[in-house]
Design a protein around this ligand. Sequence first.
Ligand SMILES: C[S@@+](CC[C@H](N)C(=O)[O-])C[C@H]1O[C@@H](n2cnc3c(N)ncnc32)[C@H](O)[C@@H]1O
Length: 300
Amino acid sequence: MVLYEIQAEIEAIEKNAALYEETNFDSRVDALDTIEFNIIDRIEGLLPTTTQPEEWARLKQYAESIKRQLEDIDEKLFQRLRADIRDGLCPAPALKSLIGKYVGCHSSRDRVHDEIGYDSLDEFINGLLLLEAIPTETKVREREMVAYQQTPARIILELIEKAQLTEKDVFYDLGSGLGQVSILVHLLSGALAKGIEFEPAYCAYARMCAAGLNLSGVEFINEDARQADYADGTVFFLYTPFEGRLLQEVLEKLRRVSEQSMMRLFTYGPCTPQVSRQSWLECIDQNEAHIYKLGVFRGL
Ligand SMILES: C[S@@+](CC[C@H](N)C(=O)[O-])C[C@H]1O[C@@H](n2cnc3c(N)ncnc32)[C@H](O)[C@@H]1O
């Protein structure tokens, strides 16, 4: 009985013509999740106890073949898009409208997020930018240094929308991890975007991503944010890369930058309350107290 139910579920996915249209990225994300978690995982759970192992193994192969067909569509899409970016054929407005077209109404971008949460927009950005597996850390982090976690893509797009960067701006992601924030900021605004990252393996990964897209307006610097030089920065982003005294030390450096020229600071995550207590910063958005909303500040 269960076998027929699962078979019908796979057939329904196979026969859904909309899933094979390249622009229906969102629906493919849902279908791939269903295959992975509701079908393949379930079959694997049942396999050790079943009296029909061949039937179940055949069903699993069937599910895997549909999964591969759907993944191939995304793979070809990202290969083409990456080639266009490399060849300079995907200017910021074109990329923005393409993202809107492929990750449209099903994304949770427009819903209220009171926690971190990722959605199909993240799947799209990861498919475009993160080709290799995440490298393992090679250096021991100090207690106040926060481990790598990526900023939800909807927050990066909100940052780009609110920052309205021009070619005169220099953007910095302090604690840039695998580099998506700086790469997306550059791709969608054209501004020079840099990342400062403590972990050499992450920094190498980010450089490889930028080089793979032939981007000259993105730079990754492997340094501790306490020592790095970012005096040329006009717009900064912190997705809680550090906490406590270490964060305060970096905020002092940013205060000195703001004394020299106008600067804005965007934050996300638990660092936001500490940032909002700095007397030299003014919050220019109502989200200052909410750790999972974008904080927007300006140097006074
Ligand atoms: C929460 S992750 C944010 C990653 C990235 N901004 C993103 O959103 O994809 C924090 C990052 O800060 C880095 N980090 C921690 N302490 C640092 C320091 N003192 N200087 C530079 N980077 C640091 C970590 O290695 C990690 O990659």
